[in-house]
Each structure stands twice: as structure tokens, then as C-alpha cells.
Design a protein. Structure first.
Length: 73
């Protein structure tokens, strides 16, 4: 948070645009073989994407990539 303030960013935004919100919708499988369904939301634009990955972070990256494609259309 300190570095964001240092560079003129407040409330977790960049260039005045809100950041996406990520939430885990579903977790399947046993501890060492789980799959994660994650949702990426841009509330101010009312856009949502979902993705599944073998890790939460991986699923978030896939959902973010889908969101970027959606924004480019």
C-alpha cells in the first residue's frame, strides 16, 4: 500500500481506474489435485469472467486474460 501511495495511487487503483475483484467460486478435488474456479469482476463496467486452473493464482491469471480480451472487443 505504501508503494501505491508513493506513486500517487490511492485506494488500490492505477491511473484512476478501479482494479478488478477476484473471488474463488468453487474448489474441487483432493488437497494435492485441486481445481479452482475464479471470477474476475470489473464492478464499474458490470463485466465478469470466469476461469478454471490448477491453482488459485493460475485461475486468476486466466480470468484476467479473458477480461482483457473482453475489454478489447
Amino acid at each position: 500500500m505504501l508503494s501505491m501511495r508513493k506513486h500517487g495511487c490511492k485506494n488500490g487503483c492505477k491511473a484512476g481506474k478501479p482494479l478488478p475483484e477476484y473471488s474463488v467460486i468453487e474448489v474441487k478435488g483432493v488437497d494435492h489435485e485441486q481445481s479452482f474456479r475464479v471470477q474476475c469482476r470489473l464492478v464499474h463496467l458490470q463485466l465478469r469472467t470466469e476461469a478454471v486452473g490448477s491453482s488459485r493464482r493460475g485461475a486468476e491469471k486466466l480470468a484476467a486474460a479473458d477480461m482483457l480480451e473482453k475489454l478489447a472487443d
